[in-house]
Ligand binder design. Structure first.
Ligand code: ADP
Length: 274
């Protein structure tokens, strides 16, 4: 599914003394089937931007088109809810989206709510938990007894169970150890390869961007400051630094060589050593 922002603005607590304009006339297109990284400093508007894609937020001005559906300031809540059938979101704090008595109930919650029979969706549970790397023995435990990494995997399984056409992940690997991070990234790559869905990842981890994303969007002060192929973004280190974003040394070297030799990043393996 293609996502198009057209002069989208968003203001929190409009018409109050705490009013905060978090998006300023953002226009951009996320092409269908790509993996797009949204990067930028804390407070630059990344979460606000992506929350427009599943209708958690409705633009104050302008519009957002997700596949066939357009959301503008006048779109009714009921219509927005329909969006969520196709757009899955894994929140920054997975504990906020796990609320059932058992992990299994959490995983099947979405499809059950969307009308899939319990029998049918339960058949898929073993495949899903295997894909996200959780042990079957955890299925009947409370999600609140899981570790942070396991909670994140359970939340991802619950969203994948819906088979979304667009998947949004807000800092999916934050606070995980390098092995846990790599496993989540590999899982997302495999799912993308198989389903060809559009994936949008909010992250501050540049290695992650290099590893998984084909496109990147850099947010700054509620606006899009840079966008394009991830490698082209990395090649503009000066601009990135001016926006408060620093590349890790390995990527600095790669982008330097790339600029000097004219051999694009994409022709090399960017995955960090495992
Ligand atoms: P990011 O995801 O890049 O950290 P956000 O989209 O969360 O940025 O925030 C953009 C701006 O909007 C920030 O200045 C933030 O303080 C403000 N903001 C975010 N959420 C709220 C909210 N619920 N109420 C008021 N201001 C908010």
């Amino acid at each position: 599914m293609r996502i198009v922002f057209e002069k989208t603005s968003y203001t929190y607590m409009e018409n109050t003394p705490l009013e905060k304009r978090a998006l300023h006339e953002v226009s951009t297109t996320f092409p269908s089937g790509e993996i797009i990284a949204v990067i930028g400093r804390t407070g630059s508007g990344k979460s606000t931007l992506v929350q427009h894609i599943n209708g958690l937020l409705r633009p104050s001005q302008g519009k957002v088109t997700i596949g066939e559906r357009t959301v503008d300031p006048k779109t009714k809540k009921k219509q927005i809810q329909k969006l969520r059938e196709n757009v899955g979101m894994v929140f920054q704090y997975p504990e906020h989206q796990l609320f059932e008595e058992t992990v299994e109930k959490d995983i099947i919650f979405g499809p059950l709510n969307a009308g899939t029979s319990e029998q049918q969706i339960k058949k898929q549970v073993p495949m899903l938990i295997q894909r996200v790397g959780l042990d079957e023995s955890l299925l009947h435990q409370s999600p609140f007894h899981l570790s942070g990494g396991q909670m994140r995997r359970a939340a991802i399984a619950g969203v994948l169970a819906m088979n979304p056409q667009v998947l949004i992940l807000d800092e999916p690997t934050a606070s995980l150890d390098p092995k846990g991070k790599q496993e989540i990234i590999e899982l997302l790559k495999e799912w993308h390869e198989e389903k060809r869905l559009t994936i949008i990842i909010v992250t501050h981890d540049m290695e992650e961007v290099a590893d998984i994303a084909s496109r990147a969007v850099v947010m700054h002060d509620g606006r899009i400051a840079m966008e394009g192929h991830a490698q082209e973004i990395f090649e503009q280190q000066g601009r990135l630094e001016a926006l408060g974003l620093d590349l890790p040394p390995r990527l600095k070297v790669l982008s330097y060589i790339s600029v000097k030799t004219g051999v694009p990043f994409s022709s090399w393996s960017l995955s960090p050593e495992k």
